[in-house]
Design a binder for this molecule. Sequence first.
Ligand code: SF4
Length: 331
Amino acid sequence: MKFNAVYYEPESLTYALGKELKEQFSGLPWIPVDSHNSIKEMQEKPNSEFGHMKRNLIVGIRKTHKYVENHKVSDYLVPYTSSGCTAMCLYCYLVCNYNKCSYLRLFVNREQMLDRLIKQSKKSERLLTFEIGSNSDLVLENTITGNLMYTIPRFAEEGTGKLTFPTKFDMVQPLLKLPHKGKTIFRMSVNPQKLVSRVELGTSSLTKRIKAVNEMCEAGYPCGLLIAPVILTDGWKELYTELLEELEAGLTEKVKKQMFLEIILMTYSYIHRAINSEAFPNSPDLYSKDKMTGRGRGKYCYRAEVREEAESFLRSEIKRILGDVQILYIS
Ligand code: SF4
């Protein structure tokens, strides 16, 4: 991965990971900033610079550690070792939080974050699952920091319950041999290849993602698939039928037997429209006046009747093509 510059909080260089990163990227300009959260120079850039801004790396210390309750695969969303991403999915949910500053930020205080997570996991009377990848893509991040190699074995040894994270990347090779004790649930996010190419810019291809989840399952990790976000673009029924057929053909029997599915319909926003139209003028417009409705704070989601149609279509196609696979939810 090529970066143009590193913006960093000077105190991060007192941490072991900060020192490692300084060495790894010693050939780049290192620009000190007061806070990873407000880099004025970045905030002032026009939306058209979005793609270029993603080529900067931000290094800082995570100060917010508030766990948010969740009721899907996990019990809590945990702010973990990164936020943002180098890829540029046109619908990326992080753009709602960080606007055009959704570049990759690495937080060097990983020991502190994992200590806290292990402590929390032991405190509870029932086994909890912690979502550590809701703010970034940890498989991508791991290629720079090695943080999953640090996290998975340590949690396996010292933690109680489970960790989980989703990804759209296939660089799982370094994870296959880790001693995970089945305590990390790996979730691969998939979409039809035509949408991956046009909308999920900078992520791994569908074929590679299928291979990666097969390998993770073979390595003993509990695995699931996210079909997310479902985008109801022209011809969506054919696209999603093709996707399900590719999954049926490409996933190993072992994955198919044990996997669960999560299905999330796309949410879009005014901010996405503004950034995408200026940064990627030739990209498809994901907004649909006919199919979408406002959802508060500048967000759009599919209308109730459109969602219902999509949900019943997907349920019946999944049943027809993949059989009785468990669908955890469609949201
Ligand atoms: S891979 Fe995930 S985090 Fe990265 S841009 Fe796409 S949706 Fe956002």
